[in-house]
Design a protein around this ligand. Structure first.
Ligand SMILES: [Zn+2]
Length: 453
């Protein structure tokens, strides 16, 4: 850790050039003691009180009795510095000035140092006690136990079991501060390795990745059949109209001006105007004798109704029957289109008797009794909402690297713990704390620092 090295060097420079020998003392603020009583007790001239602004002087009442604070005292017993917390974020810094010996009063932020540490240990007595012994941080064991909940029973760990874990811990003046944050751990017990990896939300996973459920929502087009009943008329011979209700756009004629050919031509059928896709019904029951392409007529169906009658349905967009099929009266045989020679979607309907085209209206045009056609096949688009669940593997940042490092530490035997108090001495001077703040910023989240032991 670059940061730590820089702090040690600063300490050496500061220690030699400025102070000579001095010791850090951690004390508890006596309940009820006032700031001026403290100054008197430490032999600090009371004139420092006059330098405190009225705005700042109210903070003197905020010193918490029973809370720890830090003092730097030289060999002659002179107070060089005092750091007294005011709540969790700020502290009073009382510093003796070099040369004049006067004291300076400041209110400065409490700087948190963050340590990234990987610890490996063998269970000797209880794993909580062992973790505390090695880290001086009793909370670690209990948090680790929660992370292993229902995976490893900490009461069943045995002497010689190996525990490796990586965590971050903030420290304030050399003491653990706030909750430690685990990155991962491995416990080897009864010949099995139990890994856990912790994501940024504090959830533990057995693999270096987490399985995230994602729900995709959207809409899709579905097709469904719609049943519709259409009323029409059936004449005495049993014939109905191919498209109930459709308008006749061009009548039967032996001599008609052809709009495409620009010539007189016979029109041996009736044109019904209808939109593309409109179902075409068999005008009577019969047998399909033709279903396919006919030049000029496009897609065509011809039905033999017996008794010498044959019907023809031309320009279809899609044919729904095949040759040889028997169809019932009103059955859908295809859909209106514009195939072949056609100026637009319509049905050309022809009726033949003994091979000769006749005016269909002579057969289907005559009224008759009411008849109901059931239309069953119309497919309709519908938008349907859907939700699909997908499980995705999301790597936990740094977890693969951590796994390798923990695996190595699982086997190495000479790993000692890290003691918070050892660094406490290096963190006390205000200027240094400021410097340290810069240094600690260099340590990013994914950098699992490993302390030299
Ligand atoms: Zn026609």
């Amino acid at each position: 850790m670059i940061g730590a090295k820089r702090i040690v060097m600063l300490w050496i420079v500061w220690g030699i050039a400025w102070l000579g020998a001095a010791t850090i003392q951690r004390s508890i603020w006596k309940p009820g003691e006032t700031f001026s009583e403290y100054l008197q007790r430490r032999g600090v001239p009371l004139q420092v009180l006059r330098s405190i602004s009225p705005e700042d002087s109210k903070y003197l009442y905020e010193i918490q009795g029973g809370e720890p604070f830090f003092e730097l005292i030289d060999d002659n017993g002179t107070l060089l510095q005092s750091l007294i917390p005011l709540g969790e974020e700020m502290q009073i810094a009382l510093s003796r000035q070099w040369g004049s010996g006067a004291y300076r009063f400041d209110i400065v932020p409490i700087v948190h140092k963050e340590v990234h540490d990987t610890v490996a240990l063998s269970v000797r007595s209880s794993c909580y006690r062992d973790i505390d012994r090695v880290t001086n941080n009793p909370r670690l064991g209990f948090i680790l136990k929660t992370l292993y909940k229902r995976r490893v029973d900490f009461r069943k760990l045995r002497k010689g079991d190996r525990i490796v874990f990586a965590y971050r811990q903030k420290s304030r003046l050399g003491e653990p501060w706030g909750q430690p944050v685990f990155q991962g751990a491995v416990i080897r017990t009864r010949g099995k390795d139990h890994f856990i990896f912790v994501d940024r939300d504090g959830n533990s996973w057995l693999k270096p990745y987490k399985e995230v459920k994602t729900v995709h929502t959207g809409t899709k087009t579905v097709y469904e059949t719609v049943t519709r009943k259409i009323r029409t008329l059936r004449n005495r011979k049993g014939y109905i109209r191919p498209i109930p209700g459709a308008r006749i756009t061009s009548p039967f004629s032996y001599k008609r001006w052809h709009p495409i050919l620009h010539r007189y031509r016979p029109h041996l059928g009736i044109d019904f105007g209808a939109r593309r896709g409109t179902p075409i019904h068999a005008v009577n029951r019969g047998r399909v004798i033709y279903a396919g392409w006919m030049r000029g007529y496009g897609k065509v169906v011809k039905i033999d109704h017996g008794d010498g009658y044959v019907s023809l349905y031309a320009h279809q967009s899609r044919i729904r029957v095949h040759r040889g099929q028997y169809v019932s009266r009103g059955q859908i045989i295809g859909y209106v289109g514009s195939t072949g020679r056609s100026t637009g979607p319509h049905l050309h309907f022809g009726l033949y008797r003994r091979g000769r085209a006749i005016n269909p209206l002579h057969v289907i045009g005559k009224g008759g009794s009411r008849y109901v056609v059931t239309e069953v096949t119309e497919r309709k688009k519908r938008i349907k909402k859907f939700a699909k669940t997908e499980i995705k593997k999301v790597p936990i940042p740094g977890a693969e690297k951590l796994k390798k490092r923990m695996e190595t530490l699982l086997h190495s035997s000479s790993v000692k713990g890290y003691r918070w108090r050892e660094i406490a001495d290096r963190l006390i001077y205000v200027d240094q704390i400021t410097k340290h703040k810069e240094a600690s910023n260099e340590t990013g989240y994914d950098d699992y620092g490993q302390t030299d032991r």
